[in-house]
Design a protein. Sequence first.
Length: 437
Amino acid sequence: MTLSLPATPLTTQAGVVEVDSERWPDVARLPRASSARTAVARRLVERAFARLPLRIVSTADAPHVPRPNDGREAEPTLTVHDPDAFHRRIGADGLIGFGESYMAGEWEADDLVGVLTVLARHVDDLVPAPLRRLRGAWVRRRPLADRNTPDGARQNIHRHYDLSNELFTLFLDPGLTYSAAVFDPLPRTGFPLRDGEFTAAQHRKIDRLLDLAGAGQGTELLEIGTGWGELAIRAAARGARVRTVTLSEEQLDLARRRIADSGVADRVSVELLDYRAVQGRYDAVVSVEMIEAVGAEYWSDYFTALRRLLAPGGRVALQAITMPHERMLATARTHTWISKYVFPGGLIPSPEAITRESATAGLRITHDTGYGAHYAETLRQWRERFLCQEAAVAALGFDHVFRRMWEFYLAYSEAGFRSGYLDVRQLRLTATTEATR
């Protein structure tokens, strides 16, 4: 029997809405936390924020504090509507609680990306050094159910990519490419791109990857992670024969329709298949922002599969999000807001981890280019498009909490790239003479 909690009011600038306590149990109710722990959290947060280029406003003290207009760049403002709930969530659940507090409408920002960028730049300064050594005593471990076993990986992919094809069409470019674009040049701040311009930037990214892979007439190409089929369509247009695999049933269905509509169904096959189960040898293997969903436990399996599937003289082209190695190690076993709500089971690798795991599998990196600023811009375009589609998102059945969650996810990710905390890289890998065992 499941105990249903009553719907809980959620306060935002737009007013009070109801929180579905079955869908969002940890948003609908405050976590259990002692008053002492909450008080410690309040003191730590206030001391940390006081050292940052942020303005903190409590509506209990000042309902509206205008931003300064003295010709200088204003610091972003974080406005706390419910200080007690805000600090209680952080005291109980750290950064997970910080994100859930936003979902609950307990705080706002006049520039959400700006606030999150400041926090990302100073992430190592938020907790005093002596307390960082006690991190293991208060952070949550990742749930065992999120492990990327063959069954677990399919479930993890289902929780994100099978949300709704219609949802993704509302904010992606018309080619439905869900990874970093490459712009030429980067758009001016605040400059919205037309659909054709955005798709052209995505095609520029895809073409660079296909060039790295050496894809052309007659190439036998394997794609690990289909998305909605745009890369496969573009590779087939070059004359390649493409096999592409995915674990998302929603993406599978739409990708097949898009491939058929593009007139390349005779050169592209799409399968619902785990990368570990793929057989054969291919001239080119391409995988775009797939490694982040693999999980550290299975990185060796992933690179071993890439090496096994590569024909003599073949190339692997990867696009991968990366983070600094020490930050990756600190995050590896930690249950984060992103792993709880957006990408269960995932972990962003470090460049060092990619180099080590690929070398162990018998692959060497022969090209490596970063595009972090381009991902920040891609995310800005997605976020602004998403925010303009609030009514359409609601019409698909996604409630107010989901919309705040998705906005926070896109802003959180953009801040990671704007701060330099994250990067995205295009890599070419080729086989070494003999794999290291």
